[in-house]
Design a protein around this ligand. Structure first.
Ligand SMILES: *Cc1c(COP(=O)(O)O)cnc(C)c1O
Length: 367
């Protein structure tokens, strides 16, 4: 049987991409803010309901640049329960990450624990909308306002997520998206920074192009973070299929939940369905059994992933930080020992979902 991986990128029919390539071959503009780049920035602003968006070559360079754009220094409060790029972006800026524990339901930074971690060196909070589940944006903003901190959301999982107040990407000072192959919306590789005002957008555009303002003026030690025309063109085509892809994810999420609802020994995430983009399907299994289930699934060709295990704070470049101490992050630590993200992608078939559910059921009955 063919292996089933945690995700499979959504691709449009190849023939539909050819006209885009022909345009690029005709006008010979490959990068540097060409027509497709401009069109995709506008199309994403419209689709996501945001004011300004700057495309990037990937989400990690976008995160690093977002910190530069706001001149963040010193210490930044962030979550240990994320992909390493979140904290790596801080180290690349010479910033000290300060890890704060997560809320057991939302799996995001627990606002009640943020204040105790603030020091005179703290300049910003970098929360993650983990699995696309919205952070408590209101509480986080309140704390940021009280202590005069910036907020940069790592929104790599949160493409198209809305809460009751609208698009989740409109919160904080900046939000950063990833369009990596494994994400809900992909441009092969890609990313973006979302910002509320034109002045910041201009600074970000300079920073992603070496700091150039014009032919002879360089205003900052910028980087090369520009998205190429091929990726931007591909994004325009992908955007046509995104609603269908999200709808398919929703149906798969419901099928998993229905299949697993009477199974004891596991939990599904429970953040309320109106808020999700169904980017992932995490389940939580008591920790002695998690790795055994993970292995059983693998033996049967089902390659889930333990996102996020280990915690970022356990990797060698972080573990000596005071905030990485075992005792500081009990919720994140427990969840990271319980989680398996099951396969979740638009073309996952009903029979495949049912097979995965039956393996999990069988495993728990055999315990
Ligand atoms: C994928 C991801 C990133 C990095 O994005 P890339 O586009 O792969 O560089 C950052 N943070 C989180 C939470 C991610 O999942």
């Amino acid at each position: 049987m063919k292996p089933i991986y945690v995700t499979q990128p959504t691709l449009p029919p190849l023939a539909e991409f050819i006209p885009y390539l022909e345009k690029i071959w005709d006008n010979k503009i490959l990068t540097n803010g060409g027509a497709f780049h401009q069109q995709l920035e506008q199309a994403l602003c419209d689709y996501l309901g945001v004011k300004h968006l700057a495309l990037f070559t990937n989400g990690t360079i976008a995160l690093i640049t977002a910190l530069q754009a706001l001149r963040i220094t010193g210490e930044v409060i962030t979550t240990p329960y994320s992909f390493v790029a979140t904290a790596h972006s801080l180290l690349w800026n010479g910033i000290k990450p300060v890890f704060v524990d997560i809320d057991p339901i939302s799996l995001n930074l627990d606002p009640a624990k943020i204040e105790a971690a603030i020091t005179p060196q703290t300049t910003a909070i970098m929360p993650v909308h983990c699995y696309g589940y919205p952070c408590d944006v209101a509480r986080i903003q309140e704390i940021a306002d009280n202590y005069n901190l910036k907020v940069i959301y790592d929104a790599a999982h949160a493409f198209g997520v809305h809460d009751k107040n609208g698009g989740i990407l409109n919160h904080g000072d900046l939000s950063v998206l990833s369009f990596h192959a494994t994400k809900v919306f992909n441009t092969f590789e890609g990313g973006a920074i979302i910002c509320p005002d034109e002045k910041t957008k201009r600074r970000i555009d300079h920073l992603k192009n070496f700091g150039f303002v014009d032919e002879v003026t360089v205003v900052a030690a910028g980087i090369n973070g520009k998205m190429s025309e091929i990726n931007a063109a591909f994004g325009l085509l992908q955007l046509k299929g995104i609603d269908e892809a999200l709808a398919k994810r929703k149906i798969i999420d419901a099928r998993y939940r229905d299949g697993l609802k009477n199974v004891t020994g596991i939990r599904c995430a429970n953040v309320g369905e109106h808020v999700a983009n169904y980017a992932y399907f995490p389940i939580f299994v008591n920790s002695p059994n998690r790795d055994a289930l993970y292995e059983k699934l693998k033996e049967n060709g089902i390659f889930g992933r333990r996102y996020f295990y280990p915690l970022i704070s356990d990797f060698p470049m972080y573990r000596s930080l005071p905030s990485a101490a075992q005792s500081n992050l009990p919720v994140a630590r427990q969840i990271s020992h319980e989680v398996i993200c099951l396969p979740m992608y638009p073309n996952l078939e009903n029979e495949q979902v049912d097979f995965i559910v039956s393996l999990i059921t069988e495993f728990l009955e055999d315990l």
